[in-house]
Design a protein around this ligand. Structure first.
Ligand code: XIL
Length: 470
C-alpha cells in the first residue's frame, strides 16, 4: 500500500491557529505554541489525547482476560489501537500445518472493532512461538510454509488490519547481523520474501519490521536493522514501517538518543511505531521522554504499551505498565497523559498535514527556490545520503495567496532516479521530474507550506526547482 495513506483522524487546527495568530500577534511564536492547547482542551484518556495529533495509543490484549471487567473497562476507555498479545502468532493461528484457527484472534479483533478501535497484526514470521510442525521444517519446505502462513493469516484479515508486524526479531543482539534461526537458514532473502508476500496478500495494511533493542542509535543491532530498511527502500522491497518494541529495563535502558533513532528511520521513508512499550519500574520521566520522542517525529504514528495493568504484564515483577494491579492509574500514567496533551501543532504525524504551521514566511526566496507570480516556491534539502542513493525533502511554500494545487518540477543533473516518493504524485521521463500535490495536501494557505519527500538512486543533488500553481 501507499505508506502515506491518509488514515489517521485529524482535528482541524485551521481556525484556531488563525485566531491565535491574530490575537497573539507580537507575543510571538513561542508563546503561541505553548498556548496552542488551552488548559480546558486537555483530553482525559490516552487514546483521545494521542488523537489530538492524529496518533494512536494502544495496548496488547489477551483473549483470556476479556472476561475480567476491570481489565476490559480500562482497556476500552483508554486505548484506541489493539495488538493481540499472543493470539495472532504462528502457533496460535496455524497449530497444524495448513489448518488455520482464528478463534482467539477473532475474539480480540471483534472486541476491538466493536469498540471502535483499530488493530495491529502481530506477527507473521518469527523464530519464536512457532508451532512444533514449523520448528521441525527447514529449507524450501519451511520457506513455502512461511509464505503459506502469511497468505493464510493475511487473507483472513484482508483489509482489516492497520499494520502487520510481518517479520519479528530477525536480528542478532550483539553483532548487528541476522539472528540464526530456521527461517534465516532458508536464505538471507527470507525477510524480503515475507514482505513481498505480505504486500500481495493485503495491499491495504502497512507492513512493519518489528524488533527489540533497536531503540539505542549507537547499538550495532539498531544499525543492522537501519541498513536493512535502507537497502529495502533502495531496492523497492515493500516496507512501510518499523516497530520499536521498547521493552526498557536495566539491561536495555532507555537512552535519549531514541529520538535520533526514530528520526533516522523515518528519514528513510518509513513510518515508525512504538509497539510493545514497557519500562521496568515505570519511571514517569522515562515514560514522558518516550512519548515526547514519538511526538517529535512526524512519522511516529503511535504508541502501544504491552499490557494494561502491571499484573497483566509478561514482566509483572518489573511493574512496568501504566496501571497497578488494582487498575489504578500510576504516576507514569499521568506523565504520559500530560505529555500527549501538551502536543503542539508542529508535531503532527505523517502524512504531512495539508497545512503545516509556518509562523515566519520567508521574506526572500532562499537559493534553489523559484518565486512564482501569485506566490509559489519550492526548496529542496538532502535529508540523508548513502553510497548510491539519497533521500530529500521538498518544501512547497505559498506566497501571498493560497495554493489550490501545486506542481514542482526539476531536472536531474547526473542521472538520478526516484525510487519512492510520498506526499505527492510523481511523473516525468528521463532527467525531467514533475511532482504534483497528493489529494490531501494541495491546499496551502497564504504564507504556509507543505512538504513531500522521496528516495532516489544516484548522488545527492539539489537542483533548481520550479513551483507552479494549479
Ligand atoms: C510475549 C507475551 O507477552 C507473552 O505472553 C508470551 O509468553 C511471550 O511473548 N516480543 C514480542 C512479543 O514481539 O510477542 C512478546 O510477547 C514480547 C517480546
Amino acid at each position: 500500500m501507499d505508506s502515506n495513506a491518509t488514515d489517521r483522524p485529524r482535528r482541524s487546527r485551521g481556525p484556531a491557529r488563525a485566531l491565535l495568530a491574530g490575537a497573539l500577534g507580537v507575543i510571538g511564536a513561542i508563546a503561541a505554541v505553548s498556548l496552542s492547547v488551552p488548559a480546558g482542551a486537555a483530553e482525559s484518556t490516552l487514546g483521545a489525547a494521542a488523537a489530538q495529533s492524529g496518533r494512536y495509543f494502544g495496548t496488547a490484549i489477551a483473549a483470556n482476560k476479556l472476561s475480567d471487567s476491570t481489565y476490559v473497562s480500562i482497556a476500552n476507555r483508554e486505548f484506541n489501537m489493539i495488538t493481540a498479545e499472543n493470539e495472532m502468532k504462528i502457533d496460535a493461528t496455524e497449530p497444524n500445518q495448513g489448518q488455520f484457527n482464528f478463534t482467539q484472534a477473532d475474539r480480540i479483533y471483534n472486541w476491538a472493532v466493536q469498540n471502535g478501535k483499530r488493530v495491529r497484526g502481530h506477527t507473521l514470521a518469527w523464530h519464536s512461538q512457532q508451532p512444533g510442525w514449523m520448528q521441525a521444517l527447514s529449507g524450501s519446505a519451511l520457506r513455502q510454509a512461511m509464505i503459506n502462513h502469511i497468505n493464510g493469516v493475511m487473507s483472513h484479515y484482508k483489509g482489516k488490519i492497520y499494520a502487520w508486524d510481518v517479520v519479528n526479531e530477525a536480528f542478532d543482539d550483539g553483532s548487528g547481523g541476522r539472528r540464526d534461526s530456521n527461517l534465516q537458514r532458508t536464505g538471507n532473502d527470507w525477510i524480503e520474501v515475507a514482505f513481498r508476500t505480505a504486500r500481495a496478500a493485503d495491499p491495504d495494511a502497512k507492513l512493519c519490521y518489528n524488533d527489540y533493542n533497536i531503540e539505542n542509535w549507537t547499538w550495532a543491532k539498531t544499525q543492522g536493522v537501519y541498513n536493512m530498511v535502507r537497502d529495502f527502500k533502495q531496492r523497492g522491497v515493500p516496507i512501510d514501517c518499523v516497530g520499536f518494541q521498547a521493552h526498557f529495563n536495566s539491561g536495555s535502558p532507555y537512552n535519549s538518543n531514541f529520538r535520533t533513532t526514530l528520526q533516522s528511520f523515518a528519514a528513510l521513508g518509513v513510518d515508525v511505531q512504538i509497539t510493545e512499550l514497557d519500562i521496568e519500574g515505570a519511571s514517569p520521566q522515562t515514560y514522558a521522554a518516550v512519548v515526547n520522542d514519538c511526538l517529535a517525529v512526524p512519522r511516529c504514528n503511535g504508541i502501544t504499551v504491552w499490557g494494561v495493568r502491571d499484573s497483566d504484564s509478561w514482566r509483572s515483577y518489573q511493574n512496568p505498565l501504566l496501571f497497578d494491579g488494582n487498575g489504578n492509574k500510576k504516576s507514569a500514567y499521568n506523565a504520559v497523559l500530560n505529555a500527549l496533551n501538551s502536543v503542539g501543532p508542529t508535531t503532527s504525524p505523517s502524512p504531512t498535514p495539508p497545512v503545516s504551521p509556518s509562523p515566519t514566511p520567508p521574506v526572500s526566496p532562499s537559493p534553489g527556490t523559484s518565486p512564482q507570480p501569485g506566490g509559489c516556491s519550492a526548496t529542496i534539502r538532502t535529508v540523508n545520503s548513502w553510497p548510491g542513493g539519497f533521500q530529500s525533502e521538498v518544501t512547497v511554500q505559498a506566497g501571498s495567496a493560497a495554493l489550490n494545487g501545486w506542481t514542482v518540477s526539476w531536472s536531474w543533473p547526473g542521472g538520478q532516479s526516484i525510487t519512492q516518493l510520498w506526499n505527492g504524485t510523481v511523473s516525468g521521463s528521463g532527467s525531467s521530474v514533475t511532482v504534483s500535490n497528493a489529494p490531501y495536501n494541495g491546499t496551502v494557505p497564504a504564507g504556509s507550506s507543505t512538504t513531500f519527500g522521496f528516495t532516489a538512486n544516484g548522488s545527492a543533488a539539489t537542483p533548481t526547482l520550479t513551483c507552479t500553481r494549479a
